[in-house]
Design a protein around this ligand. Structure first.
Ligand SMILES: *Cc1c(COP(=O)(O)O)cnc(C)c1O
Length: 358
């Protein structure tokens, strides 16, 4: 049975989006594709407030996360890590054969501007990676404050994963000054997985051109070359791009400000609901994510059983990720979800909670 997905990725995809994927194929080296590509990319630039380049990658987010490392780390990279995705990025960096250090921050806490400043002041690094919205813990780090610090380290590539925040919160890349900002579309974009979008600064493209060992599939220089023709280096996942085109139509029809407000409202309501049920929020106050809520288990609730019972009723819910599995759980509120979807979930869980509590 198909379940309604309240897990933080892949998120629930609306039937109109699935239908957009069912369009017949077109050749990707055609004027028709170039026109579609240009239209999609131009609206992504508006969404991200950037006059720089935006590329489409037929991969999940980790492809571009690896690509950013291979293109931009020449000397040594620092991976800031306050959760599972950040920690994995450190592993990816090492597996690319790069010198790297991890700066670990406790799970539930944000990466702060001070932590970034302290690490970069050592002068050891020419690149840093940051997860804006740590999906494993529901923590959103203060990107604007970190960006202000990064201005003092112009020689350090500023590589940011906004996989679970892009399109749900305002991202003004030209004022943030990111070198790479990337996302997979199966989170806040509300699309099926398989496509990643990423913005690359001119400075980063210049550096990439001078970095050996970029490989082919994620070579940013190849992406830039093909971008001139509104195209991609290899055959793109056309179905997903049809769906992204459709989704961008919907986003701009809703209005970006309305979209951001809708996400904030769902986040505030979910945090309130979680606390009303006797749970506590997993993140430190002030750094709760806008796209998912992570709550600490109260010790009385059998999350495994809750997940099973919800599943039997046709709902997929989460019971924690990585080392906090069953100690915390996450509720996603992103993409095309509205308050009505959240209330539907709250009602379901309120019916089930008495049965799973000791
Ligand atoms: C989901 C997620 C990823 C991984 O994306 P894949 O699509 O599995 O490659 C990376 N970072 C964050 C913050 C995520 O939420």
């Amino acid at each position: 049975m198909a379940k309604k997905l309240y897990v933080p990725g892949p998120v629930e995809v609306r039937p109109d989006v699935l239908a957009a994927m069912a369009r017949p194929m077109i050749g990707h080296r055609t004027k028709e594709y170039a026109a579609l590509h240009e239209k999609v990319v131009n609206r992504l630039k508006t969404l991200l407030n950037t006059g720089g380049r935006v590329f489409l990658s037929t991969s999940s987010a980790f492809g571009v996360m690896e690509g950013a490392i291979r293109n931009l780390v020449q000397k040594r990279c620092v991976n800031f890590a306050n959760g599972a995705f950040a920690k994995k990025w450190h592993d990816v960096t090492l597996r690319c054969g790069k010198e790297a250090d991890v700066v670990a921050v406790d799970w539930g806490q944000p990466v702060t501007a001070e932590v970034v400043d302290q690490a970069l002041a050592t002068g050891k690094y020419d690149a840093m990676t940051l997860i804006h919205n740590e999906t494993s813990t529901g923590v959103m780090s203060p990107l604007a404050e970190i960006a202000a610090v990064m201005r003092r380290y112009a020689d350090v590539s500023f590589i940011v994963d906004t996989v679970s925040s892009m399109s749900a919160v305002p991202l003004d890349l030209d004022s943030l000054g990111t070198d790479v900002c990337l996302a997979g579309v199966q989170k806040a974009f509300g699309l099926p997985p398989g496509l990643a979008v990423f913005a690359v600064s001119d400075k980063a493209l210049e550096k990439a051109a001078a970095t050996p060992g970029r490989g082919y599939y994620f070579d940013f220089v190849e992406f830039a070359k093909m971008d001139e023709k509104h195209n991609t280096p290899s055959t793109p996942c056309l179905s997903q791009i049809f769906a992204l085109d459709h989704q961008l139509d919907k986003m701009f029809a809703e209005g970006l400000e309305n979209r951001y407000r809708r996400h904030l409202r769902m986040a505030e309501a979910t945090r309130r609901w979680v606390v009303d049920q006797g749970f506590t929020l997993f993140p430190d106050p002030g750094c709760c994510s806008v796209t998912l809520t992570c709550a600490r288990n109260d010790g009385r609730t059998d999350l495994e059983l809750l997940k099973k019972l919800a599943g039997d009723k046709g709902y997929a819910i989460d019971n924690g990720y990585g080392k906090i599995k069953n100690e915390a759980f996450r509720i996603a509120h992103m993409g095309d979800f509205t308050m009505a979807d959240m209330e539907e979930l709250f009602g379901l869980l309120e019916g089930l909670l008495p049965r799973v509590r000791k």
